[in-house]
Write a protein that binds this ligand. Structure first.
Ligand SMILES: Cc1ncc(C[n+]2csc(CCOP(=O)(O)OP(=O)(O)O)c2C)c(N)n1
Ligand SMILES: [Mg+2]
Length: 624
């Protein structure tokens, strides 16, 4: 039996029939389709989505975004919240609509989050070439702007013939649902092929289930890992995002309690273990807690679970200073498990932790070690409390805003952030109790992710309040999805933290001897010729109101706290605006981040910074 449909109609029908299953729980894989139409997809995928909605022959709800990059962010926010069991498809027109998604693709792939991208492409027949927005590479007629997706996609294909669609779709679903391989999957769809009819086998559209595996550790690998761990006197766990995606929090807690090994976390892993668990020692690395960083410096064995060991996690390879430190890496991806010459345990985080707990029975860290961790932590928590209640004047400090929000939020609420000075302050200071409470995109740290990603997170968890934290720089890059939130009646609470420029890169610049050059939003000054003139007459609160959000302007921490109550009580997207002091003090993580400073310079500030850089660099252990 065959059915005659266009390529786009077949695609939509196929996507609506895909499911995932893990631990006996089944859900749709592709929850819907984001899109912005242009000549490349309006009559192809656009027509197919319309027909599906009109006839009910396929259930794939369409969502209209305002920027193609944002629709990928929203899909990532959604998929992350759903622990990679579900995601969205994103359709874009050819040319700029498609390349707008490249940044989102990189973000998805780097964070190991599934998203299906459907950029439209030039005519496969080349009948009308060059079509509007076609690249035209004089070296080859086979190259289009969509080739830019290749390095940022875990699977990439161009459907030049209808016959190619079924195998490409199956490969795409396999990669999306493989926790070791997942990331952006790109199927480039030539404009003419989308509208071309073909006789498809009915079987293509039957319901399909993609089972997410929980692979067990191979016995030899488990033995080797246990051997290393049993020899450890000062072990430390680094819990990454894989713990959360695998829903391994309970297994992690039981493992830590059985062995007495302290647990530090990464940006993606925060909340894997509740912050006030006696074995939780906070974030590790460049923006971690001094507690985790002190333990990391002395650790003889580091057990990394579901982490890809980014430079922020390893403090650019300076975090682990024990001369004989060894790594045991439990990871679903062999690529990550092999890092730092580690003893690799390639397995699902939950299954691997359960196996390790059983195999390590009888092993326990010294009480003195655990007590030391707890004492360090107790004094650090006093520093956090102080930062939460600084009373900074005249403008509040950012740490007070984060503290007020932290104390206000329920454990099942979600905080979303991605770029600027907030991810660092959050990693150091945030107290997360629930594994889904802390949603900071720090694989790509992409300015503009916040509102769009928050929209996706709220779509995934409508029962939770979502608090998006966004800096003025990030807001200016992509505030567009406020309009989408308003149109869809998806309620977001957006906290817009205005410090008039780049607080983060400003202080980084200063610490590297570059004097905050180019990091403030100011008029060009006719006297100096630089951007150090007066404050700009920019009103971001008015901007947010113009996009359809309710806006509350606040000036003090007290007003901010009251505004949070008001926002929670409302059923409309609310933006809480406030200004903070970018120069307010922040506690130190007692760590480092490798950002090279000019080796030669005419500026004294740079020369001083270079000397400090050279000294810090000596602690780096490149060949671990
Ligand atoms: C798309 C993108 N461009 C540039 C950067 C580099 N960058 C990181 S933080 C930052 C400034 C962010 O400003 P803002 O959102 O106001 O946050 P603040 O640093 O003031 O807290 C920049 C330019 C980035 N992360 N993402
Ligand atoms: Mg700013």
């Amino acid at each position: 039996m065959t059915v005659r449909l266009t390529v786009a109609q077949a695609l939509v029908r196929f996507l609506a029939a895909q499911h995932t299953e893990r631990d006996g729980q089944r859900q749709r894989l592709i929850a819907g389709c984001w899109g912005i139409f242009g000549h490349g997809n309006v009559a192809g995928v656009g027509q197919a989505l319309l027909q599906a909605a009109e006839t009910g022959e396929a259930d794939l709800k369409y969502y209209l975004a305002r920027n193609e990059q944002a629709m990928v962010h929203a899909s990532v926010g959604f998929a992350r919240m759903r622990n990679r069991l579900q995601t969205f498809a994103c359709t874009a027109s050819i040319g700029p609509g498609s390349t707008n998604m490249v940044t989102g693709a990189a973000l998805a792939t780097i964070n190991r989050i599934p998203v299906l991208l459907l950029p439209s492409d030039f005519f496969a027949t080349r009948a009308a070439s060059p079509v509007l927005q076609e690249l035209e590479d004089p070296r080859s007629y086979d190259v289009s702007v969509n080739d830019a997706f290749r390095p940022v996609s875990r699977f990439w294909d161009r459907i030049s013939r209808p016959e190619q669609l079924p195998s490409a779709l199956l490969a795409a679903m396999r990669v999306l649902t493989d926790p070791a391989e997942t990331g952006a999957v790109t199927l480039a769809l030539p404009q003419d092929v989308q509208a071309e009819a073909h006789d498809w086998p009915e079987d293509l559209f039957t319901e399909r289930i993609w089972y997410l595996p929980r692979p067990l550790p191979e016995p030899g690998a488990l033995d080797r890992a246990v051997g290393v761990l049993r020899s450890a006197r000062y072990p430390l766990i680094v819990a990454g995002g894989g713990v959360i995606y695998s829903e391994a929090s309970q297994a992690l807690r039981e493992f830590a309690e059985a062995t007495g090994i302290p647990v530090s976390d990464t940006q993606a892993g925060k909340g894997a273990l509740a912050w006030d668990h006696p074995l939780a020692v906070g974030g590790v690395g460049s923006t971690g807690s001094p507690v985790a960083n002190a333990l990391a410096r002395e650790a003889d064995v580091v057990l990394g679970i579901g982490t890809r060991y980014s430079d922020f996690t390893t403090a650019s390879r300076t975090a682990f200073q024990h001369p004989d430190v060894r790594f045991v890496n439990l990871n679903i991806a062999a690529f990550d498990a092999g890092k730092h010459a580690g003893t690799a345990v390639v397995a699902d985080a939950r299954a691997g932790l359960e196996a390790l707990t059983a195999a390590l029975s009888g092993y326990r860290t010294d009480e003195a070690y655990r007590v030391r961790a707890q004492e360090l932590n107790a004094s650090w928590q006093r520093v956090v409390d102080e930062a939460y209640h600084l009373g900074h004047q005249p403008l509040p400090a950012q740490t007070e805003i984060l503290g007020t929000l932290n104390e206000f939020m329920d454990e099942r609420d979600v905080v979303v952030q991605a770029a600027g000075s907030m991810p660092g302050d959050l990693q150091m200071l945030w107290r997360a109790r629930d594994p889904k409470q802390y949603h900071v995109e720090y694989g790509y740290s992409c300015m503009g992710y916040e509102i769009a990603g928050g929209l996706g997170a709220k779509l995934a968890a409508p029962e939770r309040e979502v608090f998006v934290l966004v800096g003025d720089g990030s807001y200016l890059m992509m505030a567009t999805e406020i309009v989408t939130a308003v149109a869809e009646r998806i309620k977001l609470n957006i906290v817009l933290v205005d410090n008039r420029g780049f607080g983060s890169i400003g202080s980084l610049s200063e610490s590297l001897g570059s004097q905050r050059f180019g990091t403030r939003y100011r008029y060009r000054n006719p006297d100096t010729g630089r951007l150090d003139g007066g404050v700009l007459p920019v009103d971001l609160a008015a901007n947010a109101a113009s996009l359809g959000a309710d806006v509350i302007r606040t000036r003090t921490v007290k007003e901010f706290a009251a505004a949070l109550e008001q926002a929670r009580a409302s059923d409309r997207t609310t933006v809480i605006y406030l200004e903070t002091d970018p120069l307010a003090p922040v506690p130190s993580s007692q760590s480092w981040w490798d950002v090279p400073v000019s080796e030669t310079s005419a500026l004294e500030s740079t020369q001083r910074a270079r000397a400090a850089y050279a000294a810090a660099k000596r602690a780096q252990r490149l060949y671990l």
